[in-house]
Design a protein around this ligand. Structure first.
Ligand code: HEC
Ligand code: HEC
Ligand code: HEC
Ligand code: HEC
Ligand code: HEC
Length: 184
C-alpha cells in the first residue's frame, strides 16, 4: 500500500497554466521545432518560447477554443509571460548543455524528453514536496525500473550514457572534469 500512497503524499500535482498543443502547432508553424526551440548565436538554447514568439499569430483569436481564449485574455492581452512548468528542470547545481548533445552528439529530443514534442496536450506536472524537483527527474517508477530512455534524468542516467560514450568524467581529486562536467 505504501508504494501506492507514498508517491501521492510526496508529490503535489500542478496543471500547466495554458493547455498547449504541440501536434497542432507543428502543423501551423513553418520550420518545425526550431521555430520555437532554437540555438542562440552564442550556442545557448532558447528553451521554452517567450510570449513574443506567439503574439504574431495570437494577437487575435485563431479559433474559438477555451484554451486559446485563456491564453489570449490572460497572457497575450496583458503582455504577461506564461509561467510554464518545466518537466526536465534540474536542480540549480547541475550544468547542462543542449549544444553538446543536440549538435555535437546529434541526439534526438525524444531520447531525453520522450514524445512531448508530438503530443496534443501537456501532462500534469508533479513536484516533489521536499526537494522541489520535478517527478520526471527521478522517474515515475519508485523501484527505479526504466522502460524508455526518457523515464528518468537522474545523475546515474547521465553518467551511464557518458561512461558508454567516453565523455570526459575527469578526476575527482584534481577538481578538473569529473563532478564539474555536470556541476557548477
Ligand atoms: C504560426 C501561427 C502560430 C504561432 C506562432 C502560435 N500559434 Fe497557437 N495556434 C495557432 C492556430 C492556427 C491555432 C488553432 C486555433 C483553432 O483552430 O482553434 C492555435 C491554437 C492555440 C491554442 C489553443 C490550443 C487548442 O488545443 O485548441 C493555444 C493555447 C495556443 N495556440 C498557444 C500558443 C502559444 C503559447 C504559442 C507560442 C509559444 C503559440 N500558440 C504560437 C497558431 C499559432
Ligand atoms: C509554437 C511553438 C512550439 C513548437 C513549434 C514546438 N514547441 Fe515544444 N514547447 C512549446 C511550449 C510553449 C512549451 C512549454 C510547455 C512546457 O514547459 O512543457 C514547450 C515545451 C517543450 C518540451 C518540454 C520541456 C520540459 O521539460 O518542460 C519539449 C521536450 C519540447 N517542447 C519539444 C518540442 C519538439 C521536439 C518540437 C518539434 C517536434 C516542438 N517542441 C515544437 C512550444 C513549441
Ligand atoms: C541529453 C538529453 C537531452 C536532449 C537530447 C535534449 N534535451 Fe532538452 N533538456 C534536457 C535537460 C536535462 C533539461 C533541463 C536543463 C536544466 O534544467 O538546466 C532540458 C530542458 C529543455 C527545455 C526547457 C528549457 C528551459 O530552460 O526552460 C526545453 C524546451 C527542451 N529541453 C527542449 C529540447 C528539444 C526541442 C530538444 C531536441 C532538439 C532537446 N531538448 C534535447 C535534456 C535533453
Ligand atoms: C544518451 C546519452 C547521454 C545522456 C543521457 C546524457 N549525455 Fe551528456 N553528453 C553525451 C555525449 C555523447 C556528450 C559529448 C558530446 C561531444 O562533445 O561530442 C555529452 C556531453 C555533455 C556535457 C559537455 C561535456 C564537456 O566536456 O564539454 C555536459 C555538461 C553533459 N553532457 C551533461 C549531461 C547531463 C547533466 C545529463 C543528464 C541530465 C546528460 N549529459 C545526459 C551523452 C549523453
Ligand atoms: C554526467 C553528469 C554528472 C556528473 C559527472 C556528476 N553529477 Fe551529480 N548530479 C547530476 C544530476 C543530473 C543531478 C540531479 C539529479 C539527481 O539528483 O540525481 C545530480 C545531483 C547530485 C547531488 C544531489 C544534489 C541535490 O541538491 O539534490 C549531489 C550531492 C551530486 N550530484 C554530487 C556529485 C559528485 C560528488 C560528483 C562527482 C563524483 C557528481 N555529482 C558528478 C549529474 C552529474
Amino acid at each position: 500500500m505504501g508504494w501506492v500512497l507514498f508517491p501521492k503524499l510526496l508529490y503535489s500535482q500542478k496543471q500547466q497554466p495554458v493547455a498547449f498543443n504541440h501536434a497542432l502547432h507543428n502543423e501551423e508553424v513553418d520550420g518545425g521545432c526550431e521555430s520555437c526551440h532554437f540555438f542562440r548565436d552564442d550556442g545557448t538554447y532558447s528553451g521554452v518560447p517567450k510570449l513574443a514568439q506567439c503574439v504574431d499569430c495570437h494577437e487575435e483569436m485563431q479559433g474559438d477554443s477555451e484554451a486559446e481564449r485563456i491564453f489570449v485574455e490572460e497572457y497575450v492581452a496583458k503582455g504577461r509571460e506564461v509561467p510554464w512548468l518545466v518537466y526536465s528542470r534540474q536542480p540549480d547545481c547541475v550544468f547542462f548543455s543542449h549544444a553538446a548533445h543536440v549538435i555535437l552528439a546529434e541526439m534526438e529530443c525524444v531520447t531525453c524528453h520522450g514524445p512531448i514534442g508530438e503530443s496534443e496536450s501537456l501532462k500534469v506536472y508533479e513536484e516533489n514536496r521536499i526537494s522541489g524537483y520535478s517527478r520526471d527527474i527521478w522517474g515515475k517508477n519508485i523501484a527505479g525500473i526504466k522502460r524508455n530512455s526518457w523515464d528518468r534524468m537522474k545523475m546515474d542516467d547521465c553518467s551511464d550514457c557518458h561512461r558508454k560514450e567516453n565523455v570526459n568524467q575527469g578526476s575527482v581529486q584534481t577538481h578538473k572534469g569529473g563532478c564539474f562536467v555536470c556541476h557548477k
